[in-house]
Design a protein around this ligand. Structure first.
Ligand code: AMP
Ligand code: MG
Length: 323
Protein backbone atom coordinates (compact mmCIF):
# COMPACT_ATOMS: atom_id res chain seq x y z
CA UNK A 1 0.00 0.00 0.00
CA UNK A 2 1.94 2.98 -1.34
CA UNK A 3 1.29 6.66 -0.76
CA UNK A 4 2.81 8.99 -3.35
CA UNK A 5 3.38 12.72 -3.08
CA UNK A 6 3.61 15.05 -6.07
CA UNK A 7 4.88 18.61 -5.58
CA UNK A 8 7.11 19.61 -8.49
CA UNK A 9 5.29 22.84 -9.37
CA UNK A 10 1.75 24.17 -8.87
CA UNK A 11 0.09 20.95 -7.69
CA UNK A 12 0.30 19.23 -4.32
CA UNK A 13 -1.08 15.77 -4.98
CA UNK A 14 -1.39 12.61 -2.91
CA UNK A 15 -2.18 9.24 -4.47
CA UNK A 16 -2.60 5.84 -2.86
CA UNK A 17 -2.10 2.64 -4.83
CA UNK A 18 -2.24 -1.05 -4.09
CA UNK A 19 -0.77 -3.57 -6.55
CA UNK A 20 -1.03 -1.23 -9.53
CA UNK A 21 -4.58 -0.12 -8.70
CA UNK A 22 -5.29 3.53 -7.89
CA UNK A 23 -7.33 3.80 -4.67
CA UNK A 24 -7.16 7.59 -4.32
CA UNK A 25 -5.82 10.57 -6.25
CA UNK A 26 -6.40 13.86 -4.43
CA UNK A 27 -4.84 17.24 -5.09
CA UNK A 28 -4.86 20.94 -4.48
CA UNK A 29 -3.44 23.28 -7.13
CA UNK A 30 -2.09 26.78 -6.83
CA UNK A 31 -3.75 29.18 -9.26
CA UNK A 32 -3.60 32.94 -9.82
CA UNK A 33 -5.74 35.53 -11.57
CA UNK A 34 -2.74 37.39 -12.96
CA UNK A 35 -1.00 34.33 -14.38
CA UNK A 36 2.32 32.57 -13.76
CA UNK A 37 3.75 30.74 -10.77
CA UNK A 38 5.52 32.65 -8.01
CA UNK A 39 7.70 29.86 -6.53
CA UNK A 40 7.50 31.05 -2.93
CA UNK A 41 3.70 31.40 -3.11
CA UNK A 42 3.33 27.95 -4.68
CA UNK A 43 5.42 26.47 -1.83
CA UNK A 44 3.26 28.27 0.73
CA UNK A 45 0.17 26.86 -0.97
CA UNK A 46 1.65 23.36 -0.53
CA UNK A 47 2.45 24.00 3.15
CA UNK A 48 -1.11 25.22 3.74
CA UNK A 49 -2.76 22.29 1.93
CA UNK A 50 -0.51 19.23 2.34
CA UNK A 51 -2.13 17.79 5.48
CA UNK A 52 -5.64 18.21 4.13
CA UNK A 53 -4.83 16.59 0.78
CA UNK A 54 -3.11 13.63 2.48
CA UNK A 55 -6.06 13.19 4.85
CA UNK A 56 -8.50 13.33 1.91
CA UNK A 57 -6.53 10.65 0.04
CA UNK A 58 -6.44 8.34 3.07
CA UNK A 59 -10.18 8.83 3.61
CA UNK A 60 -10.98 8.22 -0.08
CA UNK A 61 -8.89 5.03 -0.13
CA UNK A 62 -10.29 4.02 3.28
CA UNK A 63 -6.74 3.34 4.41
CA UNK A 64 -5.29 3.77 7.89
CA UNK A 65 -1.78 5.28 7.81
CA UNK A 66 -0.57 2.18 9.68
CA UNK A 67 -1.48 0.07 6.62
CA UNK A 68 0.95 1.98 4.39
CA UNK A 69 4.08 0.07 3.38
CA UNK A 70 5.99 2.84 1.63
CA UNK A 71 6.08 6.56 0.80
CA UNK A 72 7.02 7.74 -2.69
CA UNK A 73 7.71 11.36 -3.61
CA UNK A 74 8.67 13.43 -6.65
CA UNK A 75 12.39 13.99 -6.14
CA UNK A 76 12.86 15.96 -9.39
CA UNK A 77 12.90 17.69 -11.76
CA UNK A 78 10.89 20.72 -10.72
CA UNK A 79 10.79 24.04 -8.90
CA UNK A 80 12.98 23.80 -5.80
CA UNK A 81 10.59 25.68 -3.52
CA UNK A 82 7.72 23.33 -4.40
CA UNK A 83 9.73 20.10 -4.41
CA UNK A 84 11.06 20.80 -0.93
CA UNK A 85 7.59 20.72 0.65
CA UNK A 86 6.69 17.34 -0.85
CA UNK A 87 10.05 15.87 0.12
CA UNK A 88 9.68 17.15 3.68
CA UNK A 89 6.19 15.70 4.01
CA UNK A 90 7.39 12.37 2.58
CA UNK A 91 10.36 12.15 4.96
CA UNK A 92 8.15 12.96 7.95
CA UNK A 93 5.60 10.31 7.02
CA UNK A 94 8.19 7.62 6.27
CA UNK A 95 10.07 8.26 9.51
CA UNK A 96 6.98 8.48 11.68
CA UNK A 97 5.52 5.30 10.23
CA UNK A 98 8.90 3.51 10.03
CA UNK A 99 8.43 2.55 6.37
CA UNK A 100 10.67 2.93 3.30
CA UNK A 101 10.96 6.13 1.32
CA UNK A 102 11.40 6.15 -2.44
CA UNK A 103 12.24 9.21 -4.53
CA UNK A 104 10.96 9.03 -8.11
CA UNK A 105 11.57 10.96 -11.32
CA UNK A 106 8.49 13.00 -12.18
CA UNK A 107 8.79 12.66 -16.00
CA UNK A 108 9.18 8.87 -15.81
CA UNK A 109 6.14 8.74 -13.51
CA UNK A 110 4.08 10.41 -16.28
CA UNK A 111 5.28 7.74 -18.71
CA UNK A 112 4.70 4.79 -16.38
CA UNK A 113 1.13 5.79 -15.47
CA UNK A 114 0.30 6.41 -19.14
CA UNK A 115 1.65 2.98 -20.03
CA UNK A 116 -0.18 1.27 -17.21
CA UNK A 117 -3.59 2.92 -17.72
CA UNK A 118 -3.62 2.53 -21.52
CA UNK A 119 -2.22 -1.02 -21.48
CA UNK A 120 0.75 -0.13 -23.68
CA UNK A 121 3.90 -2.23 -23.67
CA UNK A 122 6.67 0.01 -24.97
CA UNK A 123 5.41 3.43 -26.09
CA UNK A 124 6.98 6.72 -27.04
CA UNK A 125 5.83 9.35 -24.54
CA UNK A 126 4.99 12.83 -25.75
CA UNK A 127 5.36 14.66 -22.44
CA UNK A 128 3.81 18.10 -22.73
CA UNK A 129 3.40 20.00 -19.49
CA UNK A 130 3.96 23.43 -18.01
CA UNK A 131 7.70 23.16 -17.49
CA UNK A 132 8.59 20.18 -19.68
CA UNK A 133 8.31 19.23 -23.32
CA UNK A 134 10.08 15.97 -24.13
CA UNK A 135 9.74 12.97 -26.40
CA UNK A 136 10.88 9.95 -24.36
CA UNK A 137 11.21 6.25 -25.10
CA UNK A 138 12.92 3.30 -23.45
CA UNK A 139 16.11 2.17 -25.10
CA UNK A 140 18.87 -0.01 -23.65
CA UNK A 141 17.81 0.18 -19.99
CA UNK A 142 17.04 3.88 -19.78
CA UNK A 143 14.29 6.24 -20.74
CA UNK A 144 16.07 8.33 -23.37
CA UNK A 145 15.07 11.82 -24.44
CA UNK A 146 14.77 11.75 -28.22
CA UNK A 147 13.75 15.37 -28.52
CA UNK A 148 12.89 18.23 -26.21
CA UNK A 149 12.35 21.94 -25.95
CA UNK A 150 15.48 24.03 -26.16
CA UNK A 151 13.94 26.78 -24.04
CA UNK A 152 10.51 26.95 -22.37
CA UNK A 153 7.93 24.18 -22.01
CA UNK A 154 4.88 24.21 -24.28
CA UNK A 155 2.53 24.77 -21.32
CA UNK A 156 4.72 27.66 -20.25
CA UNK A 157 4.26 29.18 -23.71
CA UNK A 158 0.46 28.81 -23.47
CA UNK A 159 0.40 30.14 -19.89
CA UNK A 160 2.68 33.10 -20.68
CA UNK A 161 0.64 34.03 -23.76
CA UNK A 162 -2.59 33.69 -21.76
CA UNK A 163 -1.08 35.98 -19.14
CA UNK A 164 -0.30 38.47 -21.90
CA UNK A 165 -3.97 38.33 -22.92
CA UNK A 166 -5.02 38.74 -19.26
CA UNK A 167 -6.66 35.30 -19.10
CA UNK A 168 -5.16 34.04 -15.78
CA UNK A 169 -3.35 30.81 -14.86
CA UNK A 170 -3.48 28.05 -16.02
CA UNK A 171 -3.83 29.44 -19.52
CA UNK A 172 -3.88 26.27 -21.66
CA UNK A 173 -7.62 25.57 -21.26
CA UNK A 174 -8.48 29.26 -21.83
CA UNK A 175 -6.45 29.37 -25.06
CA UNK A 176 -8.14 26.10 -26.11
CA UNK A 177 -11.58 27.66 -25.53
CA UNK A 178 -10.73 30.71 -27.67
CA UNK A 179 -9.10 28.50 -30.34
CA UNK A 180 -12.36 26.57 -30.72
CA UNK A 181 -13.98 29.61 -32.35
CA UNK A 182 -10.95 30.59 -34.44
CA UNK A 183 -11.45 30.36 -38.21
CA UNK A 184 -8.54 31.98 -40.02
CA UNK A 185 -5.09 30.38 -39.86
CA UNK A 186 -2.31 32.92 -39.34
CA UNK A 187 1.13 31.63 -40.36
CA UNK A 188 3.50 31.58 -37.35
CA UNK A 189 7.14 30.63 -36.84
CA UNK A 190 7.44 26.83 -36.86
CA UNK A 191 10.58 25.94 -34.94
CA UNK A 192 11.72 22.32 -35.12
CA UNK A 193 15.48 21.85 -34.97
CA UNK A 194 16.29 18.23 -35.71
CA UNK A 195 14.43 16.41 -32.95
CA UNK A 196 14.19 19.47 -30.71
CA UNK A 197 11.64 22.25 -30.38
CA UNK A 198 11.78 25.90 -29.44
CA UNK A 199 8.90 28.03 -28.16
CA UNK A 200 10.60 31.16 -26.80
CA UNK A 201 10.76 33.11 -30.08
CA UNK A 202 7.21 32.10 -30.91
CA UNK A 203 6.02 33.58 -27.60
CA UNK A 204 7.76 36.87 -28.41
CA UNK A 205 6.20 36.83 -31.88
CA UNK A 206 2.71 36.18 -30.44
CA UNK A 207 3.07 39.11 -28.05
CA UNK A 208 4.18 41.35 -30.92
CA UNK A 209 1.28 40.57 -33.25
CA UNK A 210 -1.43 40.52 -30.53
CA UNK A 211 -3.71 43.51 -30.48
CA UNK A 212 -3.17 44.04 -34.19
CA UNK A 213 -5.22 43.03 -37.21
CA UNK A 214 -5.94 39.44 -36.13
CA UNK A 215 -8.79 38.31 -33.86
CA UNK A 216 -7.53 36.69 -30.65
CA UNK A 217 -9.57 33.57 -31.47
CA UNK A 218 -7.68 33.22 -34.77
CA UNK A 219 -4.35 33.73 -33.02
CA UNK A 220 -5.12 31.10 -30.36
CA UNK A 221 -6.30 28.68 -33.05
CA UNK A 222 -3.16 29.26 -35.13
CA UNK A 223 -0.90 28.96 -32.10
CA UNK A 224 -2.40 25.58 -31.17
CA UNK A 225 -2.22 24.27 -34.74
CA UNK A 226 1.42 25.32 -35.02
CA UNK A 227 2.81 24.07 -31.72
CA UNK A 228 0.85 20.81 -31.78
CA UNK A 229 2.08 20.12 -35.33
CA UNK A 230 5.64 20.68 -34.10
CA UNK A 231 5.06 18.14 -31.29
CA UNK A 232 3.52 15.61 -33.69
CA UNK A 233 6.44 15.94 -36.08
CA UNK A 234 9.11 15.13 -33.50
CA UNK A 235 6.97 12.36 -31.94
CA UNK A 236 6.53 10.71 -35.33
CA UNK A 237 10.23 10.93 -36.08
CA UNK A 238 11.05 9.37 -32.68
CA UNK A 239 8.57 6.54 -33.34
CA UNK A 240 10.16 5.87 -36.72
CA UNK A 241 13.70 6.04 -35.39
CA UNK A 242 13.11 3.94 -32.26
CA UNK A 243 10.75 1.60 -34.15
CA UNK A 244 7.89 1.96 -31.68
CA UNK A 245 4.26 1.40 -32.59
CA UNK A 246 2.64 3.20 -29.64
CA UNK A 247 2.37 6.84 -28.62
CA UNK A 248 1.15 7.88 -25.18
CA UNK A 249 0.52 11.42 -23.95
CA UNK A 250 1.55 12.79 -20.57
CA UNK A 251 1.40 16.23 -18.94
CA UNK A 252 -1.36 18.80 -18.62
CA UNK A 253 -1.23 19.96 -22.25
CA UNK A 254 -2.05 16.33 -23.14
CA UNK A 255 -5.62 17.14 -21.97
CA UNK A 256 -6.05 19.26 -25.10
CA UNK A 257 -8.52 17.50 -27.42
CA UNK A 258 -7.04 19.06 -30.57
CA UNK A 259 -3.57 17.74 -29.68
CA UNK A 260 -5.12 14.33 -28.96
CA UNK A 261 -6.85 14.35 -32.36
CA UNK A 262 -3.65 15.31 -34.20
CA UNK A 263 -1.70 12.53 -32.45
CA UNK A 264 -4.43 10.01 -33.26
CA UNK A 265 -4.42 10.94 -36.96
CA UNK A 266 -0.62 10.85 -37.15
CA UNK A 267 -0.54 7.39 -35.53
CA UNK A 268 -3.38 6.01 -37.68
CA UNK A 269 -1.49 7.08 -40.81
CA UNK A 270 1.51 5.02 -39.77
CA UNK A 271 -0.44 2.03 -38.43
CA UNK A 272 0.42 2.87 -34.83
CA UNK A 273 -1.72 3.35 -31.72
CA UNK A 274 -2.15 6.61 -29.81
CA UNK A 275 -3.75 6.72 -26.36
CA UNK A 276 -3.78 8.71 -23.16
CA UNK A 277 -5.11 8.28 -19.62
CA UNK A 278 -7.98 10.36 -18.16
CA UNK A 279 -7.22 14.04 -17.50
CA UNK A 280 -6.70 13.56 -13.75
CA UNK A 281 -3.74 11.28 -14.60
CA UNK A 282 -2.37 13.54 -17.36
CA UNK A 283 -1.90 16.59 -15.16
CA UNK A 284 0.51 16.40 -12.25
CA UNK A 285 -0.87 13.89 -9.75
CA UNK A 286 0.09 11.82 -6.73
CA UNK A 287 -1.19 8.52 -8.16
CA UNK A 288 1.57 8.40 -10.79
CA UNK A 289 4.20 8.95 -8.11
CA UNK A 290 2.72 6.16 -5.97
CA UNK A 291 2.51 3.78 -8.96
CA UNK A 292 6.14 4.27 -9.94
CA UNK A 293 7.20 4.11 -6.28
CA UNK A 294 5.42 0.78 -5.94
CA UNK A 295 7.27 -0.62 -8.98
CA UNK A 296 10.61 0.66 -7.73
CA UNK A 297 10.15 -0.68 -4.20
CA UNK A 298 9.10 -4.07 -5.59
CA UNK A 299 12.39 -4.07 -7.54
CA UNK A 300 14.32 -3.41 -4.30
CA UNK A 301 14.92 0.30 -4.90
CA UNK A 302 14.46 2.74 -2.02
CA UNK A 303 15.92 6.09 -1.01
CA UNK A 304 17.76 6.40 2.31
CA UNK A 305 17.06 9.62 4.22
CA UNK A 306 20.52 11.05 3.46
CA UNK A 307 19.92 10.59 -0.28
CA UNK A 308 16.42 12.09 -0.25
CA UNK A 309 17.57 15.59 -1.12
CA UNK A 310 15.51 17.14 -3.93
CA UNK A 311 16.92 17.04 -7.49
CA UNK A 312 15.42 20.07 -9.30
CA UNK A 313 17.56 19.48 -12.40
CA UNK A 314 17.37 15.68 -12.59
CA UNK A 315 17.38 14.40 -16.20
CA UNK A 316 15.14 11.56 -17.36
CA UNK A 317 18.12 9.62 -18.71
CA UNK A 318 20.06 9.78 -15.44
CA UNK A 319 17.73 7.13 -14.00
CA UNK A 320 18.57 3.43 -14.45
CA UNK A 321 15.34 1.60 -15.25
CA UNK A 322 15.76 -1.65 -13.33
CA UNK A 323 12.16 -2.25 -12.34
P1 AMP B 1 1.21 19.91 -15.65
O1 AMP B 1 2.44 20.77 -15.45
O2 AMP B 1 1.52 18.60 -16.31
O3 AMP B 1 0.32 19.77 -14.48
O4 AMP B 1 0.34 20.69 -16.75
C1 AMP B 1 -0.03 22.02 -16.57
C2 AMP B 1 -0.07 22.70 -17.92
O5 AMP B 1 -1.10 22.12 -18.73
C3 AMP B 1 -0.38 24.17 -17.84
O6 AMP B 1 0.57 24.85 -18.64
C4 AMP B 1 -1.78 24.29 -18.42
O7 AMP B 1 -2.01 25.52 -19.06
C5 AMP B 1 -1.81 23.13 -19.41
N1 AMP B 1 -3.14 22.64 -19.77
C6 AMP B 1 -4.08 22.11 -18.96
N2 AMP B 1 -5.20 21.78 -19.66
C7 AMP B 1 -4.96 22.13 -20.95
C8 AMP B 1 -5.70 22.06 -22.19
N3 AMP B 1 -6.94 21.59 -22.23
N4 AMP B 1 -5.09 22.52 -23.31
C9 AMP B 1 -3.84 22.99 -23.28
N5 AMP B 1 -3.10 23.09 -22.17
C10 AMP B 1 -3.64 22.66 -21.02
MG1 MG C 1 4.28 17.09 -14.97
Amino acid sequence: MLLGIESTAHTFGVGIVHRGKVLANEKSSYTTQEGGIIPWDAAQHHVDNCAEVAAAALAKAKVNPKELTGIAFSQGPGIGHSLRIGALAARCLARTLGIPLVGVNHCIAHLEIGKQLTGMADPVLLYVSGGNTQVIACDAGKYRIFGETLDIGIGNLLDAYARHLGLGFPGGPKIAALAASGKKFVALPYVVKGMDLSFGGLLTHMKRISGGEHAREDLCYSLQETVFAMCCEVSERAMAHAQKGELVLGGGVGCNTRLQEMCRVMCEDRGARAAWPANEFLVDNGAMIALLGEKMLAAGLSTPLEKSVILPYQRTDEVEVTW
